[in-house]
Design a protein around this ligand. Structure first.
Ligand code: CA
Ligand code: CA
Ligand code: CA
Ligand code: CA
Length: 507
Protein backbone atom coordinates (compact mmCIF):
# COMPACT_ATOMS: atom_id res chain seq x y z
CA UNK A 1 0.00 0.00 0.00
CA UNK A 2 1.36 3.38 -0.93
CA UNK A 3 0.44 6.52 0.94
CA UNK A 4 -2.38 7.37 -1.38
CA UNK A 5 -4.02 4.00 -0.90
CA UNK A 6 -3.57 4.23 2.87
CA UNK A 7 -5.23 7.60 2.86
CA UNK A 8 -8.08 6.32 0.70
CA UNK A 9 -8.63 3.34 2.97
CA UNK A 10 -8.66 5.58 6.00
CA UNK A 11 -11.08 8.03 4.43
CA UNK A 12 -13.42 5.30 3.28
CA UNK A 13 -13.43 3.86 6.74
CA UNK A 14 -14.01 7.28 8.25
CA UNK A 15 -16.88 8.00 5.88
CA UNK A 16 -18.57 4.69 6.63
CA UNK A 17 -18.01 5.18 10.33
CA UNK A 18 -19.47 8.66 10.32
CA UNK A 19 -22.37 7.65 8.06
CA UNK A 20 -23.25 4.73 10.35
CA UNK A 21 -23.04 6.97 13.43
CA UNK A 22 -25.37 9.40 11.64
CA UNK A 23 -27.98 6.69 11.06
CA UNK A 24 -28.10 5.74 14.71
CA UNK A 25 -28.34 9.30 15.90
CA UNK A 26 -31.80 10.73 15.27
CA UNK A 27 -30.56 14.10 16.48
CA UNK A 28 -28.61 14.58 13.21
CA UNK A 29 -31.25 14.66 10.47
CA UNK A 30 -29.27 16.79 8.09
CA UNK A 31 -28.71 15.27 4.65
CA UNK A 32 -25.10 14.65 3.75
CA UNK A 33 -23.58 17.02 1.18
CA UNK A 34 -23.17 15.55 -2.30
CA UNK A 35 -20.47 16.67 -4.72
CA UNK A 36 -20.98 16.48 -8.46
CA UNK A 37 -19.82 18.34 -11.54
CA UNK A 38 -16.28 16.97 -11.39
CA UNK A 39 -14.70 14.38 -13.67
CA UNK A 40 -12.91 11.37 -12.23
CA UNK A 41 -9.80 12.14 -14.23
CA UNK A 42 -8.24 15.27 -15.59
CA UNK A 43 -5.34 15.86 -17.89
CA UNK A 44 -3.57 19.19 -17.48
CA UNK A 45 -0.74 20.52 -19.59
CA UNK A 46 2.42 21.36 -17.69
CA UNK A 47 2.47 24.95 -16.41
CA UNK A 48 -1.24 25.25 -17.02
CA UNK A 49 -4.01 25.38 -14.44
CA UNK A 50 -7.48 23.97 -14.09
CA UNK A 51 -10.21 25.48 -11.91
CA UNK A 52 -12.24 22.80 -10.15
CA UNK A 53 -15.65 24.14 -9.15
CA UNK A 54 -17.93 21.35 -7.94
CA UNK A 55 -21.68 21.46 -7.65
CA UNK A 56 -22.75 20.85 -4.03
CA UNK A 57 -26.12 19.46 -3.08
CA UNK A 58 -27.40 20.08 0.44
CA UNK A 59 -25.89 22.42 2.98
CA UNK A 60 -22.16 22.37 3.42
CA UNK A 61 -20.01 23.85 6.17
CA UNK A 62 -16.71 23.51 4.43
CA UNK A 63 -15.00 22.00 1.45
CA UNK A 64 -11.47 20.78 2.07
CA UNK A 65 -9.03 19.87 -0.71
CA UNK A 66 -6.08 17.48 -0.43
CA UNK A 67 -3.45 16.81 -3.06
CA UNK A 68 -1.35 13.67 -2.54
CA UNK A 69 -2.31 13.65 1.14
CA UNK A 70 -1.51 17.32 1.75
CA UNK A 71 -4.26 19.70 2.71
CA UNK A 72 -4.07 22.48 0.14
CA UNK A 73 -7.25 24.51 0.45
CA UNK A 74 -10.51 25.10 2.30
CA UNK A 75 -12.72 26.76 -0.30
CA UNK A 76 -15.65 26.15 -2.61
CA UNK A 77 -13.34 26.05 -5.63
CA UNK A 78 -9.79 24.95 -6.16
CA UNK A 79 -7.35 26.07 -8.81
CA UNK A 80 -4.95 23.24 -9.59
CA UNK A 81 -1.72 24.60 -10.97
CA UNK A 82 0.50 22.13 -12.85
CA UNK A 83 4.23 22.46 -12.33
CA UNK A 84 6.76 22.43 -15.16
CA UNK A 85 7.30 18.68 -14.79
CA UNK A 86 4.83 15.97 -15.77
CA UNK A 87 3.34 14.03 -12.89
CA UNK A 88 0.28 12.35 -11.48
CA UNK A 89 -1.77 13.52 -8.54
CA UNK A 90 -4.48 12.18 -6.34
CA UNK A 91 -6.84 14.94 -5.34
CA UNK A 92 -9.48 14.46 -2.66
CA UNK A 93 -12.22 16.93 -1.98
CA UNK A 94 -14.19 16.51 1.25
CA UNK A 95 -17.48 18.23 2.00
CA UNK A 96 -18.56 18.57 5.63
CA UNK A 97 -21.74 19.51 7.37
CA UNK A 98 -22.98 18.57 10.81
CA UNK A 99 -22.16 14.93 11.27
CA UNK A 100 -21.58 14.19 7.58
CA UNK A 101 -18.59 13.91 5.35
CA UNK A 102 -18.79 13.33 1.64
CA UNK A 103 -15.65 12.85 -0.38
CA UNK A 104 -14.67 12.53 -3.98
CA UNK A 105 -11.36 11.31 -5.37
CA UNK A 106 -9.98 12.69 -8.60
CA UNK A 107 -6.92 11.71 -10.58
CA UNK A 108 -4.95 14.45 -12.27
CA UNK A 109 -2.22 13.71 -14.74
CA UNK A 110 -0.01 16.50 -15.94
CA UNK A 111 2.04 16.29 -19.07
CA UNK A 112 3.39 18.02 -22.10
CA UNK A 113 0.79 16.62 -24.50
CA UNK A 114 -2.52 18.04 -25.57
CA UNK A 115 -4.95 15.18 -25.20
CA UNK A 116 -7.85 14.45 -27.50
CA UNK A 117 -10.33 11.63 -27.61
CA UNK A 118 -12.21 10.22 -30.56
CA UNK A 119 -13.75 7.03 -31.90
CA UNK A 120 -12.70 4.57 -34.58
CA UNK A 121 -13.85 5.38 -38.14
CA UNK A 122 -14.73 8.95 -37.18
CA UNK A 123 -13.28 12.22 -38.43
CA UNK A 124 -11.62 14.27 -35.69
CA UNK A 125 -10.92 17.90 -36.57
CA UNK A 126 -7.69 19.14 -35.00
CA UNK A 127 -7.25 22.88 -34.68
CA UNK A 128 -3.79 24.20 -33.94
CA UNK A 129 -3.71 26.25 -30.72
CA UNK A 130 -3.71 30.05 -30.61
CA UNK A 131 0.06 30.30 -30.62
CA UNK A 132 0.01 29.09 -34.25
CA UNK A 133 -2.29 31.89 -35.39
CA UNK A 134 -0.85 33.60 -38.48
CA UNK A 135 2.28 31.42 -38.33
CA UNK A 136 3.63 30.17 -41.65
CA UNK A 137 4.06 26.55 -42.76
CA UNK A 138 1.91 24.94 -40.10
CA UNK A 139 2.42 21.20 -40.43
CA UNK A 140 0.75 18.20 -38.80
CA UNK A 141 2.29 14.76 -38.59
CA UNK A 142 1.65 11.45 -36.87
CA UNK A 143 4.69 10.50 -34.76
CA UNK A 144 3.61 7.10 -33.49
CA UNK A 145 0.57 4.98 -34.26
CA UNK A 146 -0.63 1.55 -33.11
CA UNK A 147 -1.97 0.87 -36.63
CA UNK A 148 -1.13 2.06 -40.13
CA UNK A 149 -4.80 2.32 -41.07
CA UNK A 150 -5.20 6.02 -40.40
CA UNK A 151 -5.47 9.25 -42.32
CA UNK A 152 -4.25 12.75 -41.60
CA UNK A 153 -5.83 15.16 -44.07
CA UNK A 154 -5.29 18.89 -44.63
CA UNK A 155 -2.00 18.41 -42.78
CA UNK A 156 -0.51 21.67 -44.09
CA UNK A 157 -3.23 23.85 -42.64
CA UNK A 158 -4.09 25.03 -39.11
CA UNK A 159 -7.07 22.68 -39.11
CA UNK A 160 -6.24 19.05 -39.90
CA UNK A 161 -8.53 16.02 -39.99
CA UNK A 162 -7.57 12.75 -38.37
CA UNK A 163 -9.38 9.44 -38.77
CA UNK A 164 -8.36 5.90 -38.01
CA UNK A 165 -9.69 2.35 -38.27
CA UNK A 166 -8.14 0.98 -35.09
CA UNK A 167 -8.30 2.05 -31.48
CA UNK A 168 -5.28 2.99 -29.42
CA UNK A 169 -3.18 6.02 -28.60
CA UNK A 170 -1.77 8.02 -31.51
CA UNK A 171 0.90 10.64 -30.97
CA UNK A 172 0.66 13.64 -33.26
CA UNK A 173 2.62 16.82 -33.63
CA UNK A 174 1.77 20.21 -35.03
CA UNK A 175 4.57 22.61 -35.75
CA UNK A 176 5.58 25.82 -37.41
CA UNK A 177 9.36 26.06 -37.48
CA UNK A 178 10.55 25.76 -33.86
CA UNK A 179 7.08 26.16 -32.45
CA UNK A 180 5.46 22.80 -31.73
CA UNK A 181 2.70 21.05 -29.79
CA UNK A 182 2.47 17.33 -29.25
CA UNK A 183 -0.93 15.69 -28.98
CA UNK A 184 -2.04 12.31 -27.76
CA UNK A 185 -5.19 11.17 -29.50
CA UNK A 186 -6.91 8.35 -27.66
CA UNK A 187 -9.14 6.40 -30.03
CA UNK A 188 -11.91 4.25 -28.58
CA UNK A 189 -14.45 1.96 -30.12
CA UNK A 190 -17.96 3.40 -29.94
CA UNK A 191 -20.50 1.57 -27.76
CA UNK A 192 -22.59 0.89 -30.84
CA UNK A 193 -20.85 -1.73 -32.98
CA UNK A 194 -20.00 -0.41 -36.46
CA UNK A 195 -20.97 -2.39 -39.57
CA UNK A 196 -18.58 -2.78 -42.53
CA UNK A 197 -21.58 -2.93 -44.88
CA UNK A 198 -24.14 -0.47 -46.26
CA UNK A 199 -26.44 0.70 -43.49
CA UNK A 200 -28.84 3.06 -45.26
CA UNK A 201 -30.27 3.85 -48.69
CA UNK A 202 -31.05 7.55 -49.03
CA UNK A 203 -32.26 7.82 -52.61
CA UNK A 204 -33.10 5.52 -55.50
CA UNK A 205 -34.23 6.40 -58.98
CA UNK A 206 -33.34 3.97 -61.78
CA UNK A 207 -33.51 5.26 -65.36
CA UNK A 208 -35.80 3.34 -67.71
CA UNK A 209 -34.37 -0.12 -68.35
CA UNK A 210 -35.20 -3.77 -68.76
CA UNK A 211 -34.82 -4.73 -65.09
CA UNK A 212 -36.65 -1.69 -63.71
CA UNK A 213 -39.73 -2.67 -61.67
CA UNK A 214 -38.20 -6.15 -61.31
CA UNK A 215 -35.05 -5.48 -59.22
CA UNK A 216 -36.55 -4.57 -56.79
CA UNK A 217 -40.03 -5.62 -57.73
CA UNK A 218 -42.71 -2.97 -58.06
CA UNK A 219 -46.15 -3.82 -56.71
CA UNK A 220 -49.30 -1.86 -57.44
CA UNK A 221 -49.55 1.07 -55.07
CA UNK A 222 -45.83 1.34 -54.41
CA UNK A 223 -44.54 4.88 -53.94
CA UNK A 224 -41.08 6.44 -53.97
CA UNK A 225 -40.85 5.72 -50.23
CA UNK A 226 -41.89 2.08 -50.45
CA UNK A 227 -39.51 1.49 -53.36
CA UNK A 228 -36.75 3.17 -51.37
CA UNK A 229 -37.47 0.75 -48.53
CA UNK A 230 -37.35 -2.17 -50.94
CA UNK A 231 -33.98 -0.99 -52.30
CA UNK A 232 -32.74 -0.62 -48.71
CA UNK A 233 -33.85 -4.15 -47.89
CA UNK A 234 -31.79 -5.42 -50.84
CA UNK A 235 -28.66 -3.35 -50.25
CA UNK A 236 -28.07 -3.18 -46.51
CA UNK A 237 -25.97 -5.55 -44.48
CA UNK A 238 -23.77 -8.51 -45.21
CA UNK A 239 -26.38 -10.54 -47.09
CA UNK A 240 -27.21 -7.87 -49.64
CA UNK A 241 -28.73 -8.69 -53.03
CA UNK A 242 -28.77 -6.43 -56.06
CA UNK A 243 -30.87 -3.59 -57.40
CA UNK A 244 -30.82 -2.31 -60.97
CA UNK A 245 -29.98 1.28 -61.83
CA UNK A 246 -31.63 0.88 -65.24
CA UNK A 247 -30.31 2.84 -68.22
CA UNK A 248 -27.81 5.66 -68.27
CA UNK A 249 -28.09 8.07 -65.34
CA UNK A 250 -30.18 5.90 -63.02
CA UNK A 251 -28.83 6.13 -59.48
CA UNK A 252 -28.83 5.05 -55.87
CA UNK A 253 -27.40 6.83 -52.82
CA UNK A 254 -26.19 4.67 -49.93
CA UNK A 255 -24.52 5.33 -46.60
CA UNK A 256 -22.48 3.60 -43.93
CA UNK A 257 -22.86 3.95 -40.15
CA UNK A 258 -19.33 5.31 -39.83
CA UNK A 259 -16.70 7.09 -41.90
CA UNK A 260 -14.74 4.82 -44.22
CA UNK A 261 -11.18 5.95 -43.57
CA UNK A 262 -9.17 7.00 -46.62
CA UNK A 263 -6.02 5.01 -45.88
CA UNK A 264 -3.13 6.34 -48.01
CA UNK A 265 -1.97 3.98 -50.76
CA UNK A 266 -4.89 1.60 -50.38
CA UNK A 267 -8.31 1.02 -51.78
CA UNK A 268 -10.86 1.82 -49.10
CA UNK A 269 -14.24 0.43 -50.15
CA UNK A 270 -16.07 -1.29 -52.94
CA UNK A 271 -19.60 -1.42 -54.22
CA UNK A 272 -20.53 -4.83 -55.54
CA UNK A 273 -22.62 -5.68 -58.56
CA UNK A 274 -22.94 -8.73 -60.80
CA UNK A 275 -20.09 -8.23 -63.27
CA UNK A 276 -18.43 -11.35 -64.67
CA UNK A 277 -15.91 -12.30 -67.32
CA UNK A 278 -16.72 -13.82 -70.73
CA UNK A 279 -15.62 -17.44 -71.01
CA UNK A 280 -15.74 -17.79 -74.82
CA UNK A 281 -14.53 -14.49 -76.19
CA UNK A 282 -13.25 -15.21 -79.72
CA UNK A 283 -10.94 -12.15 -79.65
CA UNK A 284 -7.35 -13.29 -79.12
CA UNK A 285 -5.56 -11.74 -76.13
CA UNK A 286 -8.66 -9.82 -75.21
CA UNK A 287 -8.54 -7.56 -72.16
CA UNK A 288 -10.93 -8.37 -69.30
CA UNK A 289 -14.54 -8.25 -70.44
CA UNK A 290 -17.87 -9.99 -70.22
CA UNK A 291 -20.70 -8.30 -68.40
CA UNK A 292 -19.09 -5.06 -67.19
CA UNK A 293 -21.65 -2.30 -66.71
CA UNK A 294 -19.72 0.57 -65.16
CA UNK A 295 -21.47 2.63 -62.52
CA UNK A 296 -19.87 6.01 -61.90
CA UNK A 297 -19.15 6.63 -58.19
CA UNK A 298 -19.53 9.83 -56.22
CA UNK A 299 -18.55 10.18 -52.55
CA UNK A 300 -19.18 12.57 -49.66
CA UNK A 301 -18.41 12.76 -45.98
CA UNK A 302 -20.87 13.96 -43.41
CA UNK A 303 -19.33 17.37 -42.88
CA UNK A 304 -22.26 18.79 -40.92
CA UNK A 305 -22.49 15.54 -38.90
CA UNK A 306 -26.25 15.07 -39.16
CA UNK A 307 -26.11 11.53 -40.57
CA UNK A 308 -27.57 12.56 -43.93
CA UNK A 309 -26.08 13.42 -47.33
CA UNK A 310 -27.72 16.85 -47.44
CA UNK A 311 -25.46 19.89 -47.57
CA UNK A 312 -22.27 17.85 -47.79
CA UNK A 313 -20.22 18.31 -50.95
CA UNK A 314 -20.13 15.43 -53.42
CA UNK A 315 -16.87 14.42 -55.06
CA UNK A 316 -16.38 12.35 -58.17
CA UNK A 317 -14.28 9.21 -58.02
CA UNK A 318 -12.16 9.75 -61.09
CA UNK A 319 -12.50 6.36 -62.72
CA UNK A 320 -10.06 5.46 -65.47
CA UNK A 321 -12.36 6.73 -68.26
CA UNK A 322 -14.13 9.70 -66.66
CA UNK A 323 -12.38 12.11 -69.03
CA UNK A 324 -11.53 9.88 -71.99
CA UNK A 325 -11.61 6.18 -72.84
CA UNK A 326 -8.48 6.45 -74.97
CA UNK A 327 -6.36 4.64 -72.39
CA UNK A 328 -8.67 1.67 -72.03
CA UNK A 329 -7.11 -1.49 -73.51
CA UNK A 330 -10.17 -2.13 -75.74
CA UNK A 331 -10.47 1.46 -77.01
CA UNK A 332 -9.08 0.94 -80.52
CA UNK A 333 -11.21 -2.19 -80.97
CA UNK A 334 -14.28 -0.16 -79.98
CA UNK A 335 -13.32 2.57 -82.46
CA UNK A 336 -12.87 0.00 -85.22
CA UNK A 337 -16.40 -1.30 -84.51
CA UNK A 338 -17.72 2.26 -84.88
CA UNK A 339 -18.96 2.46 -81.30
CA UNK A 340 -19.68 5.84 -79.76
CA UNK A 341 -16.47 6.21 -77.75
CA UNK A 342 -16.98 9.84 -76.82
CA UNK A 343 -16.99 10.89 -73.16
CA UNK A 344 -19.36 13.66 -72.07
CA UNK A 345 -18.52 15.26 -68.73
CA UNK A 346 -21.76 17.24 -68.35
CA UNK A 347 -24.24 14.99 -70.01
CA UNK A 348 -27.98 15.28 -69.60
CA UNK A 349 -30.58 12.93 -70.90
CA UNK A 350 -34.37 12.99 -70.68
CA UNK A 351 -36.51 9.87 -70.97
CA UNK A 352 -40.21 10.18 -71.81
CA UNK A 353 -42.90 7.92 -70.46
CA UNK A 354 -43.70 5.28 -73.12
CA UNK A 355 -46.95 5.72 -74.97
CA UNK A 356 -47.63 2.02 -75.06
CA UNK A 357 -46.38 -1.19 -73.45
CA UNK A 358 -47.56 -3.48 -76.24
CA UNK A 359 -47.27 -2.99 -80.00
CA UNK A 360 -50.45 -1.60 -81.56
CA UNK A 361 -51.99 -1.53 -78.12
CA UNK A 362 -52.56 -5.30 -78.25
CA UNK A 363 -52.03 -7.08 -74.95
CA UNK A 364 -49.17 -9.21 -76.20
CA UNK A 365 -46.17 -10.02 -74.06
CA UNK A 366 -42.62 -10.76 -75.16
CA UNK A 367 -42.73 -8.72 -78.32
CA UNK A 368 -40.13 -6.07 -78.93
CA UNK A 369 -41.01 -2.41 -79.45
CA UNK A 370 -38.40 -0.43 -81.32
CA UNK A 371 -39.97 3.02 -80.76
CA UNK A 372 -40.55 2.45 -77.07
CA UNK A 373 -39.14 5.22 -74.86
CA UNK A 374 -38.29 8.51 -76.51
CA UNK A 375 -35.15 10.21 -75.28
CA UNK A 376 -33.38 13.50 -75.92
CA UNK A 377 -30.00 14.72 -74.65
CA UNK A 378 -28.13 18.00 -74.26
CA UNK A 379 -25.94 17.18 -77.28
CA UNK A 380 -28.80 17.67 -79.72
CA UNK A 381 -29.38 13.95 -80.11
CA UNK A 382 -32.60 12.02 -79.76
CA UNK A 383 -34.05 8.61 -80.42
CA UNK A 384 -36.02 5.72 -78.94
CA UNK A 385 -35.08 3.07 -76.41
CA UNK A 386 -36.11 -0.40 -77.40
CA UNK A 387 -38.25 -2.82 -75.43
CA UNK A 388 -36.87 -6.33 -75.85
CA UNK A 389 -38.61 -9.68 -75.91
CA UNK A 390 -37.31 -10.88 -72.55
CA UNK A 391 -38.89 -8.31 -70.27
CA UNK A 392 -42.52 -7.41 -70.75
CA UNK A 393 -43.09 -5.13 -67.72
CA UNK A 394 -42.87 -1.39 -68.21
CA UNK A 395 -39.25 -0.18 -68.23
CA UNK A 396 -40.28 3.23 -66.90
CA UNK A 397 -40.18 3.39 -63.06
CA UNK A 398 -43.84 2.65 -62.38
CA UNK A 399 -44.05 4.65 -59.16
CA UNK A 400 -42.98 7.87 -60.87
CA UNK A 401 -45.83 10.28 -61.65
CA UNK A 402 -43.82 12.62 -63.91
CA UNK A 403 -44.14 12.00 -67.63
CA UNK A 404 -40.42 12.49 -68.18
CA UNK A 405 -37.23 11.97 -66.23
CA UNK A 406 -33.98 13.90 -66.65
CA UNK A 407 -30.62 12.61 -65.42
CA UNK A 408 -27.24 14.37 -65.29
CA UNK A 409 -23.69 13.13 -65.04
CA UNK A 410 -20.77 11.71 -66.96
CA UNK A 411 -21.53 9.62 -69.99
CA UNK A 412 -18.76 7.13 -70.53
CA UNK A 413 -17.65 5.56 -73.80
CA UNK A 414 -19.60 2.59 -75.08
CA UNK A 415 -17.80 -0.61 -74.06
CA UNK A 416 -19.95 -3.41 -75.51
CA UNK A 417 -18.43 -5.05 -78.58
CA UNK A 418 -20.22 -7.55 -80.77
CA UNK A 419 -17.35 -10.03 -80.94
CA UNK A 420 -19.28 -12.54 -83.06
CA UNK A 421 -19.76 -9.99 -85.82
CA UNK A 422 -23.33 -11.18 -86.23
CA UNK A 423 -25.00 -9.91 -83.10
CA UNK A 424 -24.87 -13.14 -81.12
CA UNK A 425 -21.95 -12.58 -78.72
CA UNK A 426 -21.51 -9.24 -76.99
CA UNK A 427 -18.55 -8.62 -74.73
CA UNK A 428 -18.91 -5.64 -72.39
CA UNK A 429 -15.29 -4.77 -71.59
CA UNK A 430 -14.15 -3.57 -68.20
CA UNK A 431 -12.84 -0.07 -67.66
CA UNK A 432 -9.54 -0.29 -65.84
CA UNK A 433 -10.59 0.98 -62.40
CA UNK A 434 -12.85 3.25 -60.44
CA UNK A 435 -16.41 1.96 -61.01
CA UNK A 436 -19.11 -0.27 -59.59
CA UNK A 437 -20.38 -3.43 -61.43
CA UNK A 438 -17.32 -3.21 -63.68
CA UNK A 439 -15.14 -6.02 -62.29
CA UNK A 440 -16.28 -9.12 -60.36
CA UNK A 441 -16.92 -8.31 -56.72
CA UNK A 442 -13.94 -10.23 -55.39
CA UNK A 443 -11.51 -8.79 -57.97
CA UNK A 444 -9.06 -6.20 -56.66
CA UNK A 445 -10.08 -3.81 -59.46
CA UNK A 446 -13.52 -3.46 -57.91
CA UNK A 447 -11.87 -1.63 -55.01
CA UNK A 448 -12.08 2.16 -54.82
CA UNK A 449 -9.40 4.47 -53.46
CA UNK A 450 -10.94 7.61 -51.96
CA UNK A 451 -7.78 9.39 -53.09
CA UNK A 452 -9.11 9.19 -56.65
CA UNK A 453 -11.73 11.78 -55.67
CA UNK A 454 -11.82 15.11 -57.50
CA UNK A 455 -13.93 18.19 -56.87
CA UNK A 456 -16.30 19.87 -59.30
CA UNK A 457 -13.37 21.70 -60.91
CA UNK A 458 -11.57 18.44 -61.56
CA UNK A 459 -9.02 19.09 -58.81
CA UNK A 460 -7.78 16.22 -56.66
CA UNK A 461 -9.06 16.43 -53.07
CA UNK A 462 -7.53 15.27 -49.80
CA UNK A 463 -10.46 13.56 -48.08
CA UNK A 464 -10.18 12.06 -44.57
CA UNK A 465 -12.82 9.47 -45.45
CA UNK A 466 -16.37 9.16 -46.69
CA UNK A 467 -19.81 8.33 -45.27
CA UNK A 468 -21.98 8.38 -48.40
CA UNK A 469 -21.73 6.91 -51.89
CA UNK A 470 -23.79 7.68 -54.96
CA UNK A 471 -23.64 5.28 -57.89
CA UNK A 472 -25.17 5.98 -61.31
CA UNK A 473 -25.06 4.07 -64.55
CA UNK A 474 -22.35 5.67 -66.70
CA UNK A 475 -22.94 3.82 -69.97
CA UNK A 476 -25.69 4.46 -72.51
CA UNK A 477 -25.53 1.56 -74.92
CA UNK A 478 -27.96 -0.92 -76.35
CA UNK A 479 -26.27 -4.27 -76.89
CA UNK A 480 -28.61 -6.02 -79.34
CA UNK A 481 -30.45 -8.96 -77.82
CA UNK A 482 -28.70 -8.37 -74.47
CA UNK A 483 -30.55 -5.10 -74.08
CA UNK A 484 -29.20 -1.89 -72.65
CA UNK A 485 -26.21 -1.72 -70.36
CA UNK A 486 -27.66 -1.44 -66.87
CA UNK A 487 -25.54 -1.16 -63.76
CA UNK A 488 -26.50 -3.42 -60.89
CA UNK A 489 -25.52 -2.44 -57.36
CA UNK A 490 -24.98 -4.97 -54.58
CA UNK A 491 -23.20 -5.24 -51.26
CA UNK A 492 -21.04 -2.31 -50.19
CA UNK A 493 -17.90 -3.02 -48.14
CA UNK A 494 -15.53 -1.03 -45.98
CA UNK A 495 -12.34 -2.88 -46.95
CA UNK A 496 -10.41 -1.81 -43.86
CA UNK A 497 -12.99 -3.04 -41.37
CA UNK A 498 -13.07 -6.35 -43.23
CA UNK A 499 -9.29 -6.63 -43.18
CA UNK A 500 -9.07 -6.68 -46.98
CA UNK A 501 -5.84 -5.11 -48.15
CA UNK A 502 -5.81 -3.88 -51.74
CA UNK A 503 -3.05 -1.57 -52.83
CA UNK A 504 -4.22 1.31 -54.94
CA UNK A 505 -3.63 1.73 -58.65
CA UNK A 506 -1.92 5.10 -58.82
CA UNK A 507 -3.56 6.95 -61.67
CA1 CA B 1 -7.17 5.29 -49.86
CA1 CA C 1 -24.86 15.72 -43.68
CA1 CA D 1 -27.31 -5.17 -66.03
CA1 CA E 1 -24.37 -5.89 -64.19
Amino acid sequence: MNNRHKLLAYLTFAAIFIASCGKKDAALPEAAPVISGLEQEYYVLVKEAILLSPVIENRVDSLVWHVNGQRVANAMKYNFQASADPGSYSLIVMAYNSGNIFQKVIQITTGRYVNRQTYTNTILTLDASEKFANKPNVKWEVLTAPSELFRLSQSNTASAQFSTVNRGVYKLRVSSGELADTLLVTVKQPDQLQSPYIKKVFDYLPAPGQFVNELPEYAAGDSYETMLNKAAKELTGENANIVTLGGWGGYVVVGFDHTIVNVPGRNDFRIGGNAFGANANPRPNAPFGGSCEAGVIMVAYDKNKNGKPDEDEWYEIKGSANFTAENEPWYSAAVSKNLDTRTFRDYEMTYHRPATETPDGTPQNHVSISNYIRWTDNQGQQGYKVKNTFHSQTYYPAWVKDSKLTYKGIRLSSNGLDESGQGSYYVLYAFRYGYADNYPNAHNNSGIDIDWAIDKNGKKVDLPGIDFVKIYNGVDQDNGWLGEASTEVGRGEDLHMLGTKIETIFP
